[in-house]
Write a protein that binds this ligand. Structure first.
Ligand code: TRP
Length: 351
């Protein structure tokens, strides 16, 4: 032989494909806004054989915001069941709990040791917390701020860099965190003289709708205006009826643009179906009737996944198995990579 180390002809898929990774913080119950903004596009990507996707329950991140163990536990199960019920392809996508991959926490420490404190001072979430303290006239600007909150972007960088993700689909509010991950990755590569990490890119899809909630503001757990994805039929009807509309009477033409009810419908319906409702608006459909239409449509779309969701929620043992299998696949990559990183920083084995 010529002494050159040839690459094996077939590399593991995950090494040659584009790697797409995203995490879901497990503090809430998935709602229609989550589905349209994040879950639906992620599930579609999980079915694309040309990408290797990594989706995980960011349960270590959940501990930053939530010290209610029951809530964290419940949310982890609900989110996992939701993704599975909606058709996540777990043969293709690697689906795991962050806390099942201890290599991530170890990497967090390594990254913390190269990350400038000043970088973290500039993080939006931290700055907002400080600003709130200042506005409240607190002596200590860091009052109530934990090291978890302060170091949040480092944990997130570790999530991403552990798998050398190329693309990270996120909401706008997370772009800064991806930039920080790039920054930290670059610094590590430079200090330890190697291309250990590839630099991740945020992917923000402006085409996906940001859904309005019951009160017309963005649908969000923090505004308490959400429509959970898998509530009972009765509850769904009640919530759809609660969506805020204006006081126009039946018979008066209505404007679909800017109407939350219309927007929610459109996020689920086909182009033709939306156009049909648009015409009904112009023809003066009454709000009561419009709400019934939207409810019936959503209910029809959600019926099957709701049944699957309920069955999954009754079988946590199955979900546990799926997640443990995902963690095993994740660790098959994380363990050898962390070994390499340990060597890079001087923590390798002696022999
Ligand atoms: N911080 C993200 C959010 O609140 C969740 C998250 C944690 C994440 N780790 C991540 C997203 C890694 C993308 C990549 O939405």
């Amino acid at each position: 032989m010529d002494g050159i180390c040839h690459r094996p002809v077939t590399q593991p898929d995950s090494m040659t494909k584009t790697r797409v990774l995203t995490g879901i913080t497990t503090t809430g119950t998935p709602h229609l806004g989550n589905y349209v903004g994040a879950i639906k596009p992620a599930i579609a990507a999980s079915q694309d054989p040309s990408v290797q996707s990594y989706y995980f329950l960011a349960d270590l991140h959940a501990l930053i915001k939530c010290q209610d163990p029951g809530r964290v536990q419940e949310s982890r199960l609900e989110i996992a069941a939701t993704w599975l019920a909606l058709g996540l392809d777990t043969d293709n996508a690697i689906f795991y709990r962050q806390s099942d991959v201890p290599e991530i926490t170890e990497l967090t420490w390594m990254l913390s040791c190269v990350c400038a404190k000043g970088l973290m001072n500039r993080a939006h979430a931290y700055k907002a917390a400080v600003a709130e303290n200042e506005a409240a006239g607190n002596q200590d600007p860091d009052k109530g701020i934990t090291m978890g909150l302060f170091g949040y972007p480092v944990l997130m960088a570790a999530d991403i860099l552990m798998f050398n993700a190329h693309k990270v689909p996120v909401g706008r509010d997370q772009i800064q965190h991806i930039e920080m991950a790039r920054d930290i990755a670059g610094r590590f590569n430079h200090l330890f003289k190697g291309d250990y990490f590839s630099l991740p890119e945020a992917v923000v899809d402006d085409r996906v709708a940001v859904l309005g909630g019951l009160d017309g503001r963005k649908m969000s757990k923090s505004y308490n205006n959400t429509i959970p994805l898998f509530v009972s039929e009765k509850k769904l009807l009640k919530l759809v009826r609660k969506i805020k509309t204006n006081s126009l009477e039946p018979g008066e033409p209505k404007e679909p643009e800017g109407c939350t009810l219309f927007q929610i419908y459109s996020a689920f319906a086909t182009v033709e179906e939306s156009a049909a409702l648009r015409r009904e608006y112009q023809n003066g459909i009454g709000w009561g009737e419009a709400k019934t239409r939207v409810f019936e449509y959503l209910n029809e779309q959600l019926r099957e996944p709701r049944e699957r969701y309920q069955a999954l929620m009754e079988d946590p043992g199955h979900i546990e198995q799926v997640l443990l299998k995902g963690a095993e696949r994740a660790r098959a990559e994380a363990v050898p990579f962390l070994d390499r990183l340990r060597q890079a920083v001087g923590l390798g084995r002696f022999v």
